[in-house]
Design a protein. Structure first.
Length: 362
């Protein structure tokens, strides 16, 4: 008995089912049987010499429940079992095994981290590759008990993980567990709309954000136990991203002191709207009887002006026209007698418009 096309159809990965426990020959025969049901070994074999091995593979598929066979006076005809029913349990089994391997990997990483922290001969270790750095970053934030400190320079195209991606992944968990998040960001981060929204949301939920003109590097510190310090590839001649994991010791103490200096030097980001939803109606503008009360839009404008954004950047972030922002700022300056934007920003800080009584110390 011969079939219409004994050749196996070409596929992007002809041995993919071997990941589910089939050997390469069984994989090939099962794929042929899916396309040519009710075939015998001769129809599926590529040559007469291959008929016996094809029959053995068909019988193996039958034994594993991946095919059925009908035997009658004309011979043996095979039909593939439905792939979802036949291969689904194998897929679930492999998926469960991978989850167990993942848990083992996490456990081994934690044991390695603990052993390194206890050792006195290796206060630092170099981590190479985006995947390894991302793993350390997430693990450190996940294991933090009291506080996370972070220095976040302006985003770069080759960042291992962007600030907003990392924020979505861990920030809510930190809040749920009562872990304080203190972050110092470059002012350029607020020029990018997505980063600015993420930072504003963090500040609105009570976490502390300090804004500064320039930062030397990216740094994450978990409690007083461990730090992750970024190494720039173009500076160090590396071909892939790398970072230094710093365990307890003098270097970690120095990095904590570095963070504290930058945090105190910057301006606190304290946006308006902590208790309002994004779709809440806009309050009425301030009245002459209550000149110290700003409406929601003016408060946001002043908060962004306070951390150094330009009029154009403020307009982009708030979805307003450039001239609208300028008119509102001019009206505010006239209302408080400020001659410059700097004077208006200072008045906003000391008057409590931004929810703080004074800027961060310099």
């Amino acid at each position: 008995m011969t079939g219409p096309n004994p050749q196996q159809p070409e596929t992007p990965d002809p041995s993919l089912l071997t990941l589910l426990g089939l050997d390469a020959d069984q994989d090939a025969v099962y794929r042929l049987l899916v396309d040519h049901p009710d075939s015998d070994a001769a129809a599926l074999a590529s040559s007469d010499a291959q008929q016996e091995s094809t029959r053995r593979n068909l019988d193996a598929l039958v034994d594993r429940g991946l095919a059925g066979v009908v035997r009658d006076g004309t011979g043996e005809r095979y039909r593939a079992s439905p792939p979802i029913l036949a291969l689904g349990p194998l897929l679930e089994s492999r998926r469960a095994a991978l989850h167990r391997v993942e848990y083992l990997l996490t456990d081994l990483a934690e044991r390695h981290r603990t052993a390194q922290a206890r050792g006195t001969s290796a206060p630092v270790e170099v981590v190479s590759g985006a995947g390894a750095i991302r793993h350390w970053l997430v693990a450190m934030e996940r294991d933090a008990r009291d506080e996370i400190r972070a220095l976040i320079p302006a985003p770069r195209p080759d960042s291992v993980i962007t600030y907003q991606d990392n924020l979505v992944e861990v920030e809510r968990d930190l809040l749920r567990r009562g872990v304080l998040l203190r972050t110092v960001v470059e002012r350029a981060c607020l020029e990018e709309a997505a980063s600015a929204r993420s930072l504003a949301a963090v500040a609105a939920r009570g976490q502390q954000v300090s804004v500064i003109d320039e930062l030397p590097t990216k740094l994450l510190i978990a409690d007083r136990d461990i730090a992750l310090l970024s190494l720039e590839p173009e500076r160090d001649g590396a071909s892939e991203p790398a970072a230094v994991v710093v365990h307890r010791g003098g270097l970690l103490t120095a990095l904590i002191a570095l963070f504290e200096q930058y945090f105190e030097k910057g301006w606190r980001l304290s946006p308006d709207g902590r208790e309002q939803s994004d779709d809440a109606p806009e309050p009425e503008p301030e009245s002459e009887e209550d000149p110290g009360r700003l409406d929601a839009v003016d408060r946001k404008i002043v908060a962004l002006l306070h951390v150094g954004l330009t009029d154009a950047a403020i307009a982009r972030q708030l979805g307003m026209g450039h001239r609208t922002v300028q008119r509102r700022l001019q009206r505010l300056m006239e209302s408080v007698g400020a001659a410059t934007r700097f004077q208006l920003g200072w008045h906003a800080a000391v008057s409590g418009w931004l929810g703080v009584t004074e800027p961060a110390k310099s």
